[in-house]
Design a protein around this ligand. Sequence first.
Ligand SMILES: *[C@@H]1O[C@H](CO)[C@@H](O)[C@H](O)[C@H]1NC(C)=O
Ligand SMILES: *[C@@H]1O[C@H](CO)[C@@H](O)[C@H](O)[C@H]1NC(C)=O
Ligand SMILES: *[C@@H]1O[C@H](CO)[C@@H](O)[C@H](O)[C@H]1NC(C)=O
Ligand SMILES: *[C@@H]1O[C@H](CO)[C@@H](O)[C@H](O)[C@H]1NC(C)=O
Ligand SMILES: *[C@@H]1O[C@H](CO)[C@@H](O)[C@H](O)[C@H]1NC(C)=O
Ligand SMILES: *[C@@H]1O[C@H](CO)[C@@H](O)[C@H](O)[C@H]1NC(C)=O
Ligand SMILES: *[C@@H]1O[C@H](CO)[C@@H](O)[C@H](O)[C@H]1NC(C)=O
Length: 466
Amino acid sequence: MAIKNSLLVLALLLGSTTVTSASPLRRSTCDTIETGYQCQTDISHYWGQYSPFFSVESDIQDEVPSNCEVTFVQMIQRHGARFPTSKKTVKYAAMMSQIKASVAASAYTGDYAFLANYTYSLGADDLTAFGARESYNAGEKFYNRYQSLADKVAPFVRSADQERVVATAKNWTAGFQAAKSASSMLPILLISEADGQNNTIDASTCPVFENSTTGDDAQDAWRDVFTPAIRTRLNNALPGAALTKSQVIYFMDLCPMETVATATGTISKFCKLFTEDEWRSYDYYQTLGKYYSDGWGNELGAAQGVGFVNEFLSRLTGSLSYANNDHTTVNHTLDVSSVTFPVGADYQFFADFSHDDPMTSIFSAFGFYNETATLSTSVRAPANETGGFSAAWAVPFAGRAYIEKQTCKTTKGCAATNEYIRVIINDRVIPLQNCGADNLGRCKVKSFINSLSLAQSGANWDQCYA
Ligand SMILES: *[C@@H]1O[C@H](CO)[C@@H](O)[C@H](O)[C@H]1NC(C)=O
Ligand SMILES: *[C@@H]1O[C@H](CO)[C@@H](O)[C@H](O)[C@H]1NC(C)=O
Ligand SMILES: *[C@@H]1O[C@H](CO)[C@@H](O)[C@H](O)[C@H]1NC(C)=O
Ligand SMILES: *[C@@H]1O[C@H](CO)[C@@H](O)[C@H](O)[C@H]1NC(C)=O
Ligand SMILES: *[C@@H]1O[C@H](CO)[C@@H](O)[C@H](O)[C@H]1NC(C)=O
Ligand SMILES: *[C@@H]1O[C@H](CO)[C@@H](O)[C@H](O)[C@H]1NC(C)=O
Ligand SMILES: *[C@@H]1O[C@H](CO)[C@@H](O)[C@H](O)[C@H]1NC(C)=O
């Protein structure tokens, strides 16, 4: 497509006529999209990467200390809630046909009664209205947190080019500009997700990694532990359905998928068919998928995030050498140009939009969950016991990471300052683990840069073609 091949696609955003005024944060209630959107958190916070964004509990306050000012921010955000992928759509539709064809109409009773009239009819691949709102809210929230920096410089925005990601970036910038009472539009640089393209926010050029089955194997092992009892119950309740182990997972998927297909996240009737404990097992199943497909559980997981970390280092330091020296996923045509990869004093504010899988790899390359011990495929480990890592805590729909630089006055007075890096993922401060963090979870900028030696060395990318 010609438009995608052009060097820089400037997507014009909502015009001034449609920009509405900023709404205040509503952190005190639990029934808004912004805060996890409803009060049934025992369910919706255990949907793995299908959880809508929620504020994850934080052991460290996320406020900027009063002696500090945020002087640089790199944000990376996942697209908002979406319909099922095309691939899953086929599976879900087939499962529902199988049920309809084999279960007698009179058999749908109790909590299953709604299935008598249920037909699978969700869209595919695209952002939902709910997801658009999550994204818009995220833009507002980002502006409100970083207002003093945002009033000085505009964010440089990039997006992977799948439609739902681009739509997220657009809704986010609309929310950001509305909160700023700005009527201008922000350009968005689209980066191709096509096979063979170097793309630091959606890598796809490592053949060994693309062929890896480590994630599927880990999920299958845990599926075989937790689904048998559920399968028996479902097949008893729906005589003739003969759901398989995989279909138990699909059946559970329909709870989050039907929920986020409604404008305000009305909890689907599918959700009630499972217990809170079962949702925790489902959540762990999704966590294993991310960890063993894209994170430290996959030998080449972190390597997929290295290009982004090197770009981050160039942005943070103003030196192009990090990006230039990358031999993993950086597109050097893009990164030698100040139009498509600006760095330096005037550029201290960056927002990137992507998917859950590449974000998991990027977090690994940064070492954000380095304290997470190898995850068991036979015993469930909750996020609060795995260094804060779970699919729901790290990469829910509209999940976002802020990497901020704080410039802080020292008690020595004069003009003396210290510079720190702090990382916040879905409102949870991630205490930095490899650079001698202080009690606010921060590291000195220099120590943080030094801790990213894995990325600077290219990790084990050479094994991609083994
Ligand atoms: C299913 O639809 C029929 C016909 O519209 C209706 O009579 C019945 O009450 C519905 N059943 C449920 C469980 O909603
Ligand atoms: C998201 O963007 C689409 C397309 O620009 C627009 O129609 C929709 O109103 C936006 N939604 C929100 C919540 O901003
Ligand atoms: C690098 O980016 C340019 C500009 O978008 C594009 O034309 C080219 O195909 C990309 N090359 C690779 C290898 O990704
Ligand atoms: C990946 O899988 C494809 C199809 O199975 C195969 O043709 C290809 O050789 C594999 N690549 C590597 C690097 O293993
Ligand atoms: C794409 O990445 C490969 C591997 O790092 C590199 O050899 C190639 O030069 C890159 N292409 C561009 C256009 O940057
Ligand atoms: C995280 O841990 C891995 C494995 O021990 C190590 O190779 C990597 O350097 C660490 N990452 C950082 C950023 O320190
Ligand atoms: C983690 O959370 C679970 C419930 O979600 C709780 O039972 C457990 O005690 C918590 N563990 C720690 C170490 O706080």
